[in-house]
Ligand binder design. Structure first.
Ligand code: DOR
Ligand code: ZN
Length: 361
């Protein structure tokens, strides 16, 4: 990363960042008209993205993932270089053979564990994770990463405690029983998750979203109910946000970028039963750059955004570079997508960084 001036001193203030092209290790691209309306926001900023399989119906088979990948590629603008990395939605009766086949032929990059009813379109998710032990054994053998939505779902467990309880009751046991299974703890939201991943000697890493780095749970209730700040796992107390920021800027390769960009129409969000999800893809890198700058850690952004993810997945880093410039940009109150309004993260705010695209050097 070009941070050093001619004399090898850190240039202050930094107004231009050139980093290897990043990847998004967790994104929801949807399908149909919504897919066409959102995919290019991701494809402009990121070379690759781990695409979530929670469509209706979910992507549970290699053939379905292959077809979904073709639909994604067909929706990418000509001239954008973007590779979707497909995931398998695990269910109680997932087939280890199809998963192994899908991984070996390069259709699946990973498989996603949604506890049933944990979040949007997770009704086909797993009711008892021990149903998946044959699948986990197969994945462990072929070094296929398991991506976990780390929340328990029992109604007597407080929603703000669900991630911490998942670590104790489920994740720890999977790790004990499958010591070589690669695991990505997706969109972590708690200091417990940070501490757990940091301390573990297991092959486990975690993704962190821009929104969990930027606001705490108060944002959902500021002056009234604020559905555009509702996502799952739900934002937690300030102490947890601060722990996530420390993890993101730590330089530890166990923490890397995953936006969890999850578009819903205004109508689906502003409802008596509003959907969880924040659409952050169009300004994702600007949002992360804001956080890293506030923390005085812009020199660590490249590791988090471009290096640690591929390293964990066993993939090469991207060779080309992108540019972020310290130029203010006003974020619109809403975007017109597929004939609907979608409210992006940072709507109505001004961000200090602007993504400029790729550069040849
Ligand atoms: O906020 C979320 N939205 N969290 C998830 O886990 C799913 C996602 C979605 O698909 O909308
Ligand atoms: Zn997600």
């Amino acid at each position: 990363m070009n941070l050093l001036g001619a004399q090898g001193k850190l240039e202050q203030p930094l107004t231009r960042l050139v980093i290897h092209r990043p990847d998004d290790w967790h994104v929801h691209l949807r399908d149909g008209a919504m897919l066409a309306g959102v995919v290019n926001a991701t494809a402009r900023q990121f070379a690759r993205a781990i695409v979530m399989p929670n469509l209706v119906p979910p992507v549970t088979k290699a053939a379905a993932a292959d077809a979904y990948r073709s639909r994604i590629l067909a929706a990418v603008e000509t001239g954008l270089d973007f590779t979707p990395l497909m995931t398998c939605y695990l269910t109680d009766d997932s087939d280890p053979e199809d998963i192994t086949y899908g991984f070996k032929v390069g259709i699946f990059t990973a498989a996603k564990l949604y506890p049933a009813h944990a979040t949007t379109n997770s009704s086909h998710g797993v009711t008892d994770f021990t149903n998946l032990y044959r699948v986990f054994a197969a994945m462990e053998k072929i070094a296929m990463p398991l991506l976990v939505h780390g929340e328990v779902t029992q109604s007597h467990i407080d929603i703000f405690d669900r991630e911490a309880v998942f670590i104790e009751q489920i994740l720890s046991q999977i790790m004990r029983d499958f010591p070589a299974l690669k695991i990505v703890f997706e969109h972590i939201t708690t200091s417990e998750a940070v501490d757990f991943v940091e301390a573990s000697t297991h092959p486990i890493a975690a993704t962190i979203t821009p929104h969990h780095l930027e606001f705490n749970r108060n944002a959902m209730f500021e002056g009234g109910i604020r559905p555009h700040f509702y996502c799952l796992p739900v934002a937690k107390r300030e102490v947890h946000r601060l722990a996530l920021r420390r993890a993101a800027i730590s330089g530890s390769p166990k923490f890397f970028l995953g936006t969890d960009s999850a578009p819903h129409t205004v109508g689906a969000k502003e409802s008596a039963c509003g959907c969880a999800g924040i659409y952050n893809a169009p300004y994702a890198l600007e949002s992360y750059a804001k956080v890293f700058e506030e923390e005085g850690a812009l020199d660590r952004l490249e590791g988090f955004a471009s290096q640690f993810g591929p390293r964990f997945y066993g993939l090469p880093s991207n060779q080309n570079h992108i540019v972020l410039e310290k130029t203010a940009q006003a974020i619109p109150p809403h975007l017109d997508i597929a004939g609907n309004h979608v409210v992006p993260f940072h709507a109505g705010q001004t961000l200090n960084w602007t993504f400029q695209g790729q550069t040849s050097h």
